[in-house]
Design a binder for this molecule. Structure first.
Ligand code: NAD
Length: 457
């Protein structure tokens, strides 16, 4: 049955959730405070790179199921479901910054009061302090359902509940999509986590997601919130584990790729998130690991594994630079580095916490120049580096007059290059591969030196 849904935050999660709920037949209003973003979306322009997203955006802008606004009051009036999908970036101390989440929550309460008929309101909420009105739903009189989709520390949903009083159902529904495969993940999730406090709230969410035909795992609010952090921290830890093994492999002459295949074939371990590389980045793993450490410390719980995962990752992000620096005996002045890949992972334009940034910063500081190519992240890179680096239109153009080639992101188009072209273009025929894309024997057979991660010295 069709539901009305308002989503606050038109970022990776909010926008993907909006088009997918529209695809399920629900009527969705997407709200963002960024006027330009909403203007672009209203004209059918997709503000982010995400496979399949422009098509769904076009389909549901046309079908009328998906509309856009900057007006919170329109959002409060529209949806029985009120999704909070705004960002929760890191504070300087590693904790999650919840200001955007609470801006939305407060906005919903205040607007609901303005829209409500005059009736006495129970004590115990911000709303009750300001007005004595009962918040009732416009036409259908149903209690609005606040769905917290942003990744928030344990206890946040309860805080939102305190703010809102009993006139809202609060639900924790953390998101597990992967950028680069977000539509597929949102339309075919492994599971949906629902944290709630009463049967009616669970039933609303079952109805909303009925057509996804996947398992809903129902739990309390705190467990749902922690499930999200625990999942991301576990995946980040697996990556740091294999990266730590790659260091050892390199020193003892073992091949991490073989080790990964050997380990990953064990059903108890599985093959995913075991690729050694130049570190994890993105808007989620680094900040969520930090926030979980912060959460643990706040209640005097040990966070040794999380701290180690974070430390290994910080070290791993410097490895490419260390290898390059060693190759040039520490003198990178006036060297030109061809860089393939800027985004933190393939199939996205997102450069938040990307390993490429740690490398570029170090290269520029050492006096090298960078000419970079990325199939999607150029606009994001220009926002960060402006004219400090050169942006190339193709992978081959980045090789022009370059000394060496460095690969940071495993885009498909980098996976089977013409090694003869690379060798002939570079002044020093060497590839530094942060993603282990190639067979070392094949690369070296073409007269190139090949430095990858954890595959012998
Ligand atoms: P984002 O930074 O891409 O987008 C957040 C959006 O919220 C921005 O467009 C911003 O303008 C908007 N916003 C801020 N304040 C607002 C307000 N008061 N009203 C309306 N809009 C407002 O963030 P994201 O990557 O989509 O992440 C959102 C949340 O989902 C975060 O908590 C994140 O940890 C979590 N998450 C992200 C991913 C991912 O892959 N990006 C995956 C799972 C969960």
């Amino acid at each position: 049955m069709q539901k009305t849904v308002t989503i606050y935050g038109a970022g990776y999660v909010g926008l993907v959730t909006a088009v997918c709920l529209a695809e399920l037949g629900h009527r969705v209003l997407l709200i963002d405070t960024q006027v330009e973003k909403i203007a672009a979306l209203s004209q059918g322009i997709c503000p982010i790179f995400e496979p399949g997203l422009p098509e769904l955006l076009a389909r549901h802008s046309q079908s009328g199921l998906l509309t856009f606004s900057t007006d919170l009051s329109a959002g409060v009036a529209h949806g029985l479901f009120q999704f909070i999908a705004v960002g929760t970036p890191s504070n300087p101390d590693g904790s999650a910054n919840l200001e955007y989440v609470f801006d939305v929550a407060r906005g919903i309460v205040e607007q609901s009061i303005l829209m409500a008929p005059s009736e006495p309101r129970p004590q115990g909420s911000v709303a009750s302090d300001k007005h004595s009105k009962e918040v009732s739903r416009q036409s259908n009189k149903q209690i609005p359902i606040i769905v917290v989709k942003s990744t928030v520390p344990v206890g946040t949903s309860q805080e939102i509940k305190k703010l809102m009083g009993n006139n809202f159902n609060i639900i924790s529904n953390p998101e597990f999509l992967k950028q680069g495969a977000a539509i597929e993940d949102a339309m075919h999730p492994d599971r949906i986590i629902i944290g709630a406090e009463n049967e009616q709230a669970f039933q609303h969410m079952r109805d909303l997601y009925a057509d996804l035909h996947t398992q809903l795992i129902e739990m309390d609010l705190a467990s749902a919130e922690l499930t999200k952090y625990a999942s991301n921290a576990y995946l980040a830890t697996r990556i740091s584990f294999i990266n730590e093994m790659s260091q050892l492999a390199e020193h003892v002459g073992a091949d991490i790729d073989m080790i990964r295949r050997g380990m990953g074939s064990d059903k108890r371990i599985g093959p995913h998130f075991l690729m050694a590389g130049c570190g994890y980045g993105g808007s989620c793993f680094p900040k969520d690991v930090s926030a979980l450490i912060n959460m643990s410390e706040a209640v005097s719980c040990d966070a040794s594994i999380l701290q180690a995962a974070e430390k290994v990752n910080q070290h791993q992000k410097q490895i490419l630079f260390q290898k390059i620096s060693a190759y040039f005996s520490g003198d990178l002045k006036n060297k030109t580095i061809a860089l393939w890949g800027l985004a933190f992972k393939p199939n996205t334009d997102d450069m938040r916490e990307a390993p490429s940034r740690v490398l570029i910063d170090a290269l520029l500081k050492a006096g090298a120049s960078v000419q970079a190519y990325d199939p999607a992240a150029r606009v994001q890179a220009e926002k960060i580096y402006d004219k400090k680096i050169t942006y190339c239109e193709t992978a081959q153009a980045a090789l022009d007059q370059a000394d060496i080639l460095v690969i940071v992101t495993e885009w498909d188009e980098f996976k089977s290059p013409d090694f003869n072209v690379i060798r002939d273009a570079l002044r020093y025929p060497a590839i530094f591969d942060g993603r282990n894309l190639y067979d070392p024997a094949v690369v070296t057979a073409h007269g190139l030196k090949y430095f990858s991660i954890g595959r012998g010295t």
